[in-house]
Design a protein around this ligand. Structure first.
Ligand SMILES: [Zn+2]
Length: 366
């Protein structure tokens, strides 16, 4: 949801989520947690998913839980005095227990933390679910090259960790000013969905916050870029021309784009200190903001509030209450019977990938 990679990154560029998507359950069924949850929380609570869906859903949840714990442990180890420490502790316990009711309903507690792969997947699915249809409707225009959706990228020069908080505040404020100016110049409202992201350099010492915005109409997109440059120069700051980019969103790619706007990723490496600096700088700040349109109240998303889902249903062991507890690398265990809730086991491939990230941490600190 908040850390973006450059497209030229070699591997792992959507570390927290895409890995799970690409190397997920053997049958490779792809869907988003939230859409499943919507199914499950709909009017008929007695309807279960079919068995395959359920096992894929739980399998993916287990894989994210495995990653979540791994990440939280490293964030805590590398940042013992961080103001975000309690967030990492909450992550450690995200989905730690799954409660199975007598009728087979599974519920759990979520941490809602930004870095959490489980909560991040749910949140990004909510965002896609809510915004994609609105943004898609912008495409349904007259087919003119100047209409439809455009992706605008705006940057400032890199900054260090101490400057990051102010840089992010400045970017957010400047973008809002640009929208106001463009609205005045064009004499019509500017419709956009804006996301602030941040990447970091090789050794995790310099940060590159930047903005991606999906904007309706080429004139508004170009005017925003122009205003961004002008206001940055006027503030006496350096600005490079090339990174300030406007490009047409490909038809049919809006959902992909929404996914892109909320993916979590790292620079092909995992740098817990740099990530901690970013999380501290973004604390309490909205990273996603809509301009010129609002979601219907029922769909409004609070980035920091994650609704608890009602979980998935199982059709086995009905008639008894069970507490499943997370068992490292092996999914959730029924301690009474020794039974596992899912078929999940950490794969050698996943293990190797985590080892590689660990080696990267050591190389950086050692
Ligand atoms: Zn979580």
């Amino acid at each position: 949801m908040m850390f973006f990679d450059d497209d030229d990154d070699k591997i792992d560029n959507e570390m927290m989520m895409t890995w799970c998507e690409e190397h997920g359950h053997p049958n490779n069924a792809l869907y988003l947690d939230k859409s499943k949850q919507l199914d499950q929380t709909s009017n008929n609570p007695s309807v279960s998913n079919d068995a395959d869906d359920k096992s894929v859903s739980l399998y993916k949840r287990a894989q994210r839980k495995d990653l979540c714990k791994w990440v939280a442990e490293r964030m805590l180890a590398a940042n013992p005095d961080s103001p975000m420490k309690s967030a990492y502790l909450r992550m450690l316990n995200c989905c730690e227990f799954i409660h199975q009711s007598e009728d087979g309903k599974l519920t759990t507690n979520y941490c809602s933390e930004r870095l959490c792969p489980i909560c991040g997947a749910i949140r990004s699915a909510q965002i896609i679910e809510s915004y994609a249809s609105i943004i898609e409707s912008w495409e349904c225009e007259d087919g003119n090259d100047n209409t439809g959706c455009f992706l605008v990228t705006l940057t400032l020069p890199s900054c260090n960790a101490a400057e990051l908080h102010d840089f992010v505040a400045k970017m957010s404020h400047r973008f809002t000013l640009c929208v106001r100016t463009v609205k005045r110049i064009l004499g019509k409202k500017v419709e956009a969905l804006r996301k602030i992201e941040c990447t970091y350099n090789e050794d995790g010492t310099m940060f590159h916050p930047h903005i991606h915005a999906v904007v309706r109409g080429l004139d508004a997109a170009n005017a925003l870029r122009k205003q961004w440059k002008e206001k940055t120069i006027k503030a006496g700051e350096r600005i490079k021309d090339k990174p300030q980019d406007v490009r047409k969103c490909k038809a049919g790619s809006i959902r992909e784009l929404c996914k892109y706007l909320c993916k979590i990723s790292c620079k092909g490496r995992f740098d817990p200190k740099a990530l901690d600096a970013i999380l501290c700088a973004f604390y309490g700040r909205r990273t996603l903001q809509s301009y010129g349109f609002k979601l219907p109240p029922c769909q409004a998303i609070d980035e920091d509030e994650l609704m608890l889902d009602t979980g998935t249903r199982v059709t086995t062991n009905l008639g008894e209450e069970i507490i499943w507890r997370w068992q490292n690398k092996h999914g959730w265990l029924n301690h009474t019977t020794g039974e596992l809730l899912t078929t999940y086991h950490r794969t050698p491939e996943f293990e190797r990938w985590l080892k590689k990230l660990d080696a990267g941490i050591k190389a950086n600190t050692g």
